[in-house]
Write a protein that binds this ligand. Structure first.
Ligand SMILES: NC(=O)C1=CN([C@@H]2O[C@H](COP(=O)(O)OP(=O)(O)OC[C@H]3O[C@@H](n4cnc5c(N)ncnc54)[C@H](OP(=O)(O)O)[C@@H]3O)[C@@H](O)[C@H]2O)C=CC1
Ligand SMILES: Cc1cn([C@H]2C[C@H](O)[C@@H](COP(=O)(O)OP(=O)(O)O[C@H]3O[C@@H](C)C(=O)[C@@H](O)[C@H]3O)O2)c(=O)[nH]c1=O
Length: 292
């Protein structure tokens, strides 16, 4: 199977590239050769590489900056995603698109299901929701995977920020009133391969199409996540700090974030027969990868 990934340097694209093996050829192309806001650049790349399936891993992910760069966020997360889905459709290929828990308002308790009402609280979430809708309209052969709180050894993310802060402080204040599930990018990549194999084998199967929630198991608030990072890091002899639980009001940011974006992953598990491990397990593997 040949998987074409739009985007190359991001956490997910690099995790997908790391899975390239004898039975799966992963080709990832990003800027400047491929810019998802330029549909012709996607068409050229698909024509050159002739994959079996397309994964859109390119996105505008700067949540706070998006509040003042609305046009750019929508150009990439809505129009760019639509371009990828359209180019795949023209080539007769299914598309896997990646979205976020931030499409939800976070005001409801419990676990969110795929069909639950959305209500983004910030520009990034609104642009990702518009992207989901554009992908679904552009290519009937689509799977939209909503994940959350992604971290990895690659690029910038919350885990790496915490380790950096612990390098020069003894205490870190972290919000304890926003709940979700930290998810290790290499686990998302593995699940995408599982999904891609099933979709390529049975492209018309509507059980394998539509929106799916895909996060690690379990739940946490950001302070829980930070504490677990420091607990495991200290056990490995790495940087650690004490975590002071604070409220969202104590940590003002340009973008509002959902208070509860726990995602129920039953549909993905049932349709593709695959579940991600507990979120703490990913923390262990990420710290091990950073330490190697
Ligand atoms: N990070 C997170 O916490 C979460 C992410 N997601 C979603 O998961 C997906 C993957 O995210 P992640 O890997 O973490 O993101 P990153 O921010 O690590 O990477 C995004 C990549 O997209 C590339 N990109 C941006 N604009 C374009 C463009 N116009 N053309 C081509 N490439 C472009 C960037 O390229 P360049 O290097 O040139 O800037 C960057 O390499 C995204 O859809 C994101 O919305 C969902 C939930 C949580
Ligand atoms: C660095 C830091 C953050 N925080 C808070 C701010 C915020 O509420 C929360 C997370 O902060 P970040 O800015 O790292 O995370 P954020 O950019 O909001 O992460 C989101 O990224 C996008 C791309 C997604 O799709 C989401 O699923 C989610 O992962 O932690 C603290 O309380 N203390 C700190 O020292």
């Amino acid at each position: 199977m040949k998987l074409f990934v739009s985007g190359r340097e991001g956490q997910l694209a690099r995790s997908l590239l790391a899975l390239s093996a004898a039975d799966v050829d992963v080709v990832a192309i990003g800027r400047p050769e491929l810019d998802i806001t330029d549909r012709a650049s996607i068409e050229r790349a698909l024509d050159a590489h002739k994959p079996d399936i397309v994964v859109n891993a390119a996105a505008y992910t700067a949540v706070d900056r998006a509040e003042s760069e609305r046009d750019q966020a929508f150009a990439i997360n809505r129009d760019g995603a639509e371009n990828v889905a359209l180019a795949a459709a023209e080539a007769g290929l299914p598309v896997i698109h990646v979205s976020t828990d931030y499409v939800f308002s976070g005001s409801a308790d419990g676990w969110r299901h795929e069909q639950d009402p959305t209500g983004p609280q910030n520009v990034y979430g609104a642009s990702k929701l518009a992207g989901e809708q554009a992908v679904a309209a552009a290519n009937p052969a689509h799977a939209i995977l909503r994940t959350a709180w992604v971290y990895s050894p690659y690029g910038g993310n919350f885990l790496k920020t915490m380790l950096r802060l612990a390098g020069d402080r003894e205490r870190v204040g972290v919000v304890a009133d926003q709940f979700g599930t930290p998810t290790y990018a290499p686990d998302i990549a593995e699940a995408i391969l599982v999904a891609a194999r099933a979709i390529v084998a049975d492209p018309q199967n509507s059980d394998l199409q539509g929106v799916f929630h895909l996060t690690a198991q379990g739940e946490a608030n950001w302070a829980d996540f930070a504490r677990e990072i420091f607990r495991q890091s200290a056990a490995r002899g790495g940087p650690s700090a004490a975590v002071d639980a604070i409220t969202t009001a104590d940590y003002p940011t340009p973008a509002r974030r959902p208070a509860n974006s726990r995602l129920d992953t039953t549909r993905f598990a049932t349709s593709f027969g695959h579940k991600l491990p507990d979120w703490r397990d990913g923390v262990a593997r990420c710290l091990a990868a950073l330490g190697d």
